[in-house]
Design a protein. Structure first.
Length: 290
């Protein structure tokens, strides 16, 4: 499938991820018509007003068969239901991709619901987010210079993988590949755990009687560490549960790290504290420059 053949794409979830995908492809001149589906009529109407979609989808029967590409940009817990709705109407030449932050669960849902059409689904995860959500948060530039991970299935043809890679590249992204299991292990460590910790710190403060006093003195360190705690509770509930095995493993490692720090503080072990801080500072400093 080439770019000129993108007569129609269908997007489930026209918020930050799906809306930005639509705007980026529109800006690239790569699509003629964009159809949106979603749970909220308010969000869909807003997406129409903002020019993200050309029209709101009528039904799977009316929209899916002649679509060149379908993007699932909903919370991951909704994807199994959407696969089941799409499957009976999926055209032989229609490709599917997604923007979910976990992959093993989404892949399992695809196998369970798409049957012999599963080869048309090329899973993906754009590493580009923000705390804001909804259609108004969508940006045509969101994916510029950002990574998108694709996790191809054995059933995917080379042409299907190449096409999905191309669509994300047209959005300005740098595309790389992992297996679904590798993806979930990596992002448990560098994305899902940090979000869990950020939510936990803010929740701890929120339950205290003097929380207003504490927050009145919070400055840049607290702001930077807790920025991601303003993210969608529903989305992060789904992500944590979907990847709970890998996340529990990472949480266990982090708890051991905290135990070592607790011991160092208890014993007033200045050398141990400084060593931990030195290694962390060096790694963080070198990562910043990449």
């Amino acid at each position: 499938m080439g770019v000129a053949e993108l007569n129609k794409i269908v997007i489930y979830g026209v918020g930050l991820i799906g809306g930005s995908f639509a705007l980026a492809l529109r800006q690239a001149g790569a699509v003629r018509e964009i159809v949106g589906f979603g749970r909220s009529k308010t969000t869909l109407d807003e997406a129409m007003r903002l020019g993200i979609v050309d029209r709101i989808g009528e039904s799977e029967a009316a929209e899916v068969a002649d679509a060149d590409l379908i993007l699932l940009a909903t919370p991951v817990a909704q994807m199994a239901t959407i696969f089941a709705r799409i499957a009976p109407y999926l055209g032989a030449n229609t490709l599917l991709t997604d923007g979910g932050s976990t992959k093993s669960d989404v892949v399992a849902a695809a196998y369970a619901n798409l049957g012999d059409k599963v080869g048309q689904f090329v899973p993906a995860h754009p590493i580009a987010g923000a705390e804001k959500s909804g259609a108004s948060a969508a940006l045509a530039e969101l994916y510029q210079g950002k990574k998108v991970v694709v996790t191809p299935l054995p059933e995917n043809s080379d042409a299907a993988i190449a096409s999905v890679r191309l669509f994300w590249e047209l959005c300005g992204a740098a595309v790389c590949e992992l297996t679904p299991a590798q993806h979930d292990e990596v992002f448990a460590a560098v994305s899902h755990l940090p979000h869990l910790l950020s939510f936990a710190l803010v929740h701890d403060i929120a339950q205290r009687d003097n929380r207003d006093l504490l927050l009145s003195f919070a400055a840049s360190g607290f702001r930077d560490f807790t920025r991601i705690a303003a993210s969608s509770p529903e989305m992060w509930r789904d992500i944590c549960l979907a990847n709970r095995g890998a996340l529990l493993s990472e949480l266990g490692l982090y708890q051991r790290e905290l135990e070592h720090l607790h011991q160092a503080l208890t014993e007033a072990d200045a050398a141990k504290l400084e060593e931990v801080f030195r290694v962390s500072s060096q790694v963080r400093g070198s990562w910043k420059q990449q």
